[in-house]
Design a protein around this ligand. Structure first.
Ligand SMILES: [Zn+2]
Ligand SMILES: [Zn+2]
Length: 294
């Protein structure tokens, strides 16, 4: 079994257009060994559908079945030498507060693990008017485009009417239900303090005060312990440290990743994994590993 601190379950593969062409299995294998890693998961992005109902939206693309098949074949064919285990998986999104995720069950059966991300705000039952912009990823547009500005205004009205607590509750509810339903979810990806989707969507949750925020986050922490789901941190500023300390206290275990998309590109460099390990150490958080028999 791999040792905590020697694993990275979030490495991207060259078949995804966001990853650099040199992210092939031999190169990933070589770099993983350089860092002393004992176990990794090489992932395929998997989105069955997108919020706008089309093939592409902002930075995301609907999965192409032939690419997924090719990924599975290449993963199966590659046998790493002793000392490193390579698992397969997908990075997919939480779709709504009912815990649906963006990969159908029959496709989940073809892979070892699921890294669950929140790339855009999941659908929530109380949000009646669909908001089809991503305020962070499309920040310039939000300032210049009249239609975007109008949509943003309507969004902020809904945010005000529902209140910040609603969004934390329903984000947490979505995660918890997804963990309940899908046992292959072993990690929640690029979590920071768990609130970055709310920051991305300009939800003023800080008005609730730290005590209340942590209280609202506790069901998520509890579920991560119960379903053995790891909290992933990137080598980036994490937001509110006290949320992470509370999670740690409740028994949540953390894993490091650089969300590797390249070896030496301008962002998402796999070798920066080491810095994510250092970040977890500097915060005094406990590290975990995936228990594959789950
Ligand atoms: Zn992601
Ligand atoms: Zn990723």
């Amino acid at each position: 079994m791999a040792r905590p601190g020697k694993v990275d379950y979030h490495v991207h593969y060259y078949l995804d257009s966001c990853a650099s062409p040199d992210m092939t299995l031999p190169v990933i294998d070589r770099e993983a060994r350089k860092m002393g890693l004992e176990e990794i998961a090489v992932l395929k992005h998997y989105s069955a559908a997108l919020p706008n109902g089309e093939q592409d939206w902002v930075s995301w693309h609907v999965i192409k079945e032939d690419q997924f098949q090719r990924y599975l074949q290449e993963m199966k064919a590659y046998q790493p030498a002793e000392g490193l285990k390579i698992f397969s998986g997908v990075e997919t999104e939480l779709v709504n507060d009912g815990g649906d995720i963006n990969i159908p069950l029959e496709k989940q059966e073809l892979i070892d693990s699921i890294a669950l991300s929140v790339h855009y705000i999941p659908e929530m039952e109380g949000v009646k008017e669909k908001f089809l912009y991503h305020p962070r990823a499309q920040a310039p547009l939000m300032e210049t485009d009249e239609t975007a500005k109008k949509a943003m205004k309507t969004w902020m009205e809904q945010v005000r009417d529902l209140g910040s607590a609603y969004f934390i509750e329903h984000l947490v509810r979505g995660y918890v239900k997804a963990f309940e339903k899908y046992p292959k979810i072993h990690q929640a990806s690029h979590m920071y303090d768990g609130l970055f989707p709310l920051r991305d969507y300009r939800i003023p949750y800080e008005e609730l005060g730290e005590k209340k925020i942590i209280e609202l986050m506790e069901p998520l922490m509890e579920a991560m312990v119960r379903y053995d789901v790891l909290w992933e941190l990137l080598p980036e500023p994490i937001g509110n440290e006290n949320i992470l300390h509370r999670a740690n206290e409740m028994g949540v275990r953390f894993i490091a990743s650089a969300d590797g998309h390249s070896i030496n590109g301008t962002w998402g460099r796999f070798p920066d994994h080491v810095q994510a390990e250092e970040l977890i150490d500097s915060l005094g958080l406990c590290k975990g590993i995936i228990h594959w028999e789950k």
